[in-house]
Design a protein around this ligand. Structure first.
Ligand code: FMN
Ligand code: SF4
Ligand code: SF4
Length: 259
């Protein structure tokens, strides 16, 4: 019997969060289980999780970065203790591709003692450009999210669910070189500090939000959260990626479910 749905997500621009919480709600309602949520987006949330047990099911959701699980999550996920708990893994990507991210997440959780019984790749607006994946996840996506969660719940309720196979390759796609990059701040900044509070790496100075120290992961949380439109990237490499995405990734991709 599944008593607790443990939901863990990293979501700088909130789409993985939206999908994770919708899945957890449906699973909890269908299984009569309670919910626990751990948001690991901000540094203060990235604390060790208490071990799971055989009565728990974990929902893990994260954005795909460079076809992989975000590097900032690696150590945290490697330290989880599954102890036979079921897991539902969700990769959220910006309409380019999820490459090896689902497989990597499945491998990470399996190594920690989880039984990954369902997985899915959903699409959201690309963090780097609102012209790719615009408006997603939309109503049709959220319908698929609900269908996926109901199917996962049925699989769990049926007893002894089989582990799931997902797409992806080993060795995983190589991560790009960590080139130092950070956002700039325009004249319109009112020092409201919203960007400071939204930064998953804690690299925007709380004394002067125009100062950004090393360690930016280019998640665009500050850019998207600034009410004045004052945070921006002025970087040739990002401009090139954006141009590539806008020219090659316009065609709508659909969610993929693995059950
Ligand atoms: C650094 C970075 C790398 C990304 N890499 C990919 C990628 O490889 N494929 C893709 O389709 N989307 C990629 N995206 C887009 C995100 O996966 C997508 O926007 C996701 O919805 C963001 O999730 P969040 O809203 O939960 O933060 C990338 C975004 C960022 C910031
Ligand atoms: S400074 Fe970098 S890591 Fe921090 S919110 Fe902005 S883009 Fe993300
Ligand atoms: S969110 Fe925008 S206006 Fe507010 S401190 Fe950051 S850059 Fe300035």
């Amino acid at each position: 019997m599944t008593r607790t749905i443990r939901t863990l997500f990293f979501s700088p621009t909130h789409s993985s969060r939206k999908i994770a919480l919708a899945i957890a709600d449906t699973l909890a309602a269908a299984l009569g289980a309670k919910k626990e949520v751990q948001d690991v987006t901000l540094p203060e949330g990235r604390v060790p999780s208490k071990p799971c047990g055989p009565d728990d099911a974990l929902v893990l959701a994260f954005p795909v970065y460079g076809g992989r699980v975000p590097q900032v999550l690696e150590a945290l996920l490697a330290d989880l203790e599954g102890q036979g708990a079921y897991a539902v893994v969700v990769a959220v990507y910006g309409n380019r591709h999820y490459d090896d991210a689902l497989l990597e997440a499945r491998d990470l959780l399996t190594r920690c003692g989880f039984k990954v019984i369902a997985a899915a790749a959903f699409i959201a607006e690309h963090s780097l450009t609102p012209k790719v994946g615009t408006g997603r996840p939309d109503d049709a996506d959220m319908q698929r999210v609900a269908d996926f969660a109901r199917a996962a719940a049925e699989k769990i309720a049926g007893g002894n669910p089989a582990p799931v196979t997902v797409k992806g390759q080993r060795p995983y796609k190589e991560r790009g070189p960590a080139a130092p990059v950070s956002p700039k701040t325009g004249e319109g900044c009112t020092e409201c500090m919203i960007c400071v509070a939204s930064c998953p790496m804690g690299v925007i100075s709380a004394h002067n939000p125009r100062l950004v120290s090393r360690g930016c992961i280019c998640c665009f949380a500050c850019v998207k959260s600034c009410p004045e439109g004052s945070k921006y990237f002025d970087d040739e490499r990002i401009a090139q990626i954006r141009a590539m995405l806008e020219s090659k990734c316009g065609a709508r991709k659909e969610p993929e479910l693995f059950l």
